[in-house]
Ligand binder design. Sequence first.
Ligand code: NAD
Length: 491
Amino acid sequence: MLDSAISARPEIADKRLVRSFAYVGGRWVAAASGATFRVTDPATGQELGQVASLSAGESGAAVDAAQAAFPDWAHRLPQDRAALLRRWFELIVAHRDDLARIMVLEQGKPLSEALGEIDYGAGFVEFYAEEARRPNIEGVTSHLPDAEVEVWREPVGVAALITPWNFPMAMLTRKAGAALAAGCTVVCHPSAETPFSALALAELAERAGLPAGVFNVVTGKAATVVEPWTADPRVRALSFTGSTEVGRLLYRQSAATVKRLVMELGGHAPVLVFADADMGNAVAETMKAKWATTGQDCLGANRIYVERPVYADFCRRFVQATAALTLGPGMEDPDLGPLMNERAVAKQEEHVADALARGARLACGGRRSPLGPLFYEPTVLTDVPEDALILHEETFGPVAAILPFDTEDEVTARANATEYGLVAYLHTQDPRRIYRLSRALQFGMVAVNRTKVTGAPVPFGGMKQSGLGREGSRHGLEEFTEIKYICRDWA
Ligand code: NAD
């Protein structure tokens, strides 16, 4: 095992959860070349450890392992798969505190948000442990004389799961829970910024007794690890969460082998606040939609449209609440933590400078914090003009853009004028407007008078270029299955 500073951290009780090798075929493996990459704490810039950087050939070997394990896993009785998933869920819950602390160290998010992510992420393993038992055969009334017809759902085969750094645990369990319950075996690639959370999950999967080769985690350079998977015809499904740009690339790469794809891509969430909304609730919920995960959230509120009669009041309350937010290292459990990397901070600076140059007003923040190079103050821009970059690109950080609107038709058109379609937030007390806008907004999820709407039993996913397919719920499991139609004649 490679030495790592993170395993020496006093906050982590169970040191065996800290793994620096990839997990392939039930073994912890280093790169034969000895190659590693460095993982740092975004709050301090200090090195947390070196993690194995596998070659393309070694990444391909993970598919060999997953393919070898597939027939046995696919044909196990559903209740046996369910029991193993259940055991994995129980271990995740039992190690909740350590898993959250590992996440805070590598990702930077506030401790209570990390604990919330462990609970949210564990929920998918629990839900799919239960779903794994449900019968998956549809009886269909025959349309042919003397024939019986049935529709089966079979596991698609080896599935490749690729996850981002902003939710290093939940994005993986949301995919892996569904794929494993369906009877697929998986090869997973976590972001190089946050590999320790995925490796800790692999350690717990091993303790839960998942058979060798069923759950593999391959660390290293993204293109080196993932390209052998997109090219491999044995990988029958690819489930990706990340940017739309990388999603398009993996879509192209997967075309040659016609893989089944699930893509959870970028978002550019609008918030629509009407004058008839409960203003206290609208402000409080929009605060959550903007500042959770320090703004580094695909569901993050990127554009806050407020109806003109309540615009000044909303801005005043939102700025006042924002000014009271705390910023600091995630372990101290502030409201906001550091950003993930220098690119993320540079993007905040670019969006703020661009909006101000076009005539927006800076209501608070607007600069890096003296806490460290990756800390950016929560920033509110008001009167943001429609051509500002922040209204068209994902900001993915702690900058809020607020602007007024006059009519429902106008704000609906502005909200929909984007290539993204992940989530939209609506604040109003008019039931007819709720109905009209729930239909008119071109987003995979519409949240009305609240922010938190996601969870294991409901489908998560976007329209347009925010993605393909759904995660969570029964739909998330079906993404990892093939339909087989059987027609029987007893002649
Ligand atoms: P990213 O696209 O840069 O990386 C995501 C994953 O893809 C990582 O594992 C990375 O290692 C891998 N990757 C990067 N380049 C690759 C390449 N050339 N070939 C193969 N794999 C590659 O995204 P990120 O910066 O880690 O995450 C932020 C993005 O993720 C945002 O756009 C955000 O909206 C999106 N996101 C979407 C959801 C959702 O459910 N829709 C959830 C979280 C994050």
